[in-house]
Design a protein around this ligand. Structure first.
Ligand code: ADP
Ligand code: MG
Length: 245
């Protein structure tokens, strides 16, 4: 059984008379341990797909099974538990709480899962250590650079040891040098066995992942069109034993 099984998922937004088919009959499997990118132009349905994969939103039709659980049959409480324990999210604009310091931000997911304060602090510090930010634990987000804020957000995404990490344009708000460092961090997490899904419009970012899925107008392209995806213009990277997709 795959870690994620999406079957015939469509998402339709209705705005007055207009109907927007953001996802159109999408089926997709993600295996445990995969490092995968979802690539496509702005408006193609990437964020909608990520929100459905991450149980932040539900499809108009179709099914999703995550780590053995049929999501549409789960109660709201079960869903909140799945999101909290099994999934970590990283967003383009970091989404850190400005009034909390870095280590308090990283502790947040553990507060929701009821972990005692001493253990929370220890695990938050270990997570900050893992992203190279332990020396900024007491800083407020506004006192950090963009790259450091994204490291803090990644530490927060990892702190409950989720099986799956989703990152929506995680380098979109960073300069290219800092973005590269954040990608290196995802690569390291991948080699440690995490399942990582990177959502991006940028072919240079998609080029770092062994598997890529191209989405166009809410549909998954049957085969990646290298030229359309812009991937013909980027240098291939070593993908350690993974056959090209
Ligand atoms: P991407 O992340 O690839 O830029 P999105 O998934 O955000 O694309 O959007 C896909 C399509 O769905 C776009 O046409 C967008 O305008 C539309 N859309 C996204 N969210 C909503 C919403 N909440 N209400 C109405 N339309 C939406
Ligand atoms: Mg988006």
């Amino acid at each position: 059984m795959s870690l994620v099984e999406l079957r015939n998922v469509s998402k339709i937004y209705r705005l007055g008379e207009e109907e927007i088919r953001a996802l159109d009959d999408v089926s997709l499997d993600i295996e445990s341990g995969e490092f995968i990118s979802i690539i496509g132009p702005s408006g193609s349905g990437k964020s909608t797909l990520m929100h459905i994969l991450g149980c932040l939103d539900s499809p108009t039709s179709g099914t999703i099974r995550l780590d053995g659980t049929m999501i549409e049959k789960a109660t709201a409480r079960e869903l909140a538990g799945i999101r909290n324990r099994k999934i970590g999210f990283v967003f383009q604009f970091f989404n850190l709480l400005p009034k909390l310091n870095v280590v308090q931000n990283v502790e947040l997911p553990m507060i929701y899962s009821g972990i005692p304060s001493k253990e929370r602090r220890e695990r938050a510090m270990a997570s900050l250590e893992a992203v190279g930010l332990a020396n900024r634990a007491k800083h407020r987000p506004s006192q950090l650079s963009g790259g450091q804020q994204q490291r803090a957000a990644i530490a927060r995404a990892l702190v409950n040891s989720p099986r799956l990490v989703f990152a929506d344009e995680p380098t979109g708000n960073l300069d290219s040098h800092t973005g590269e460092a954040i990608l290196q961090l995802f690569r390291k997490l991948s080699t440690e066995g995490r399942t990582i899904v990177l959502v991006t419009h940028d072919p240079e970012i998609a080029a770092v992942t062994p598997r890529r899925i191209e989405i166009r107008d809410g549909k998954i392209a049957v085969k990646i069109d290298l030229a359309l995806a812009g991937l013909d213009r980027v240098k291939p990277v070593a993908t350690a034993g993974v056959p090209p997709s």
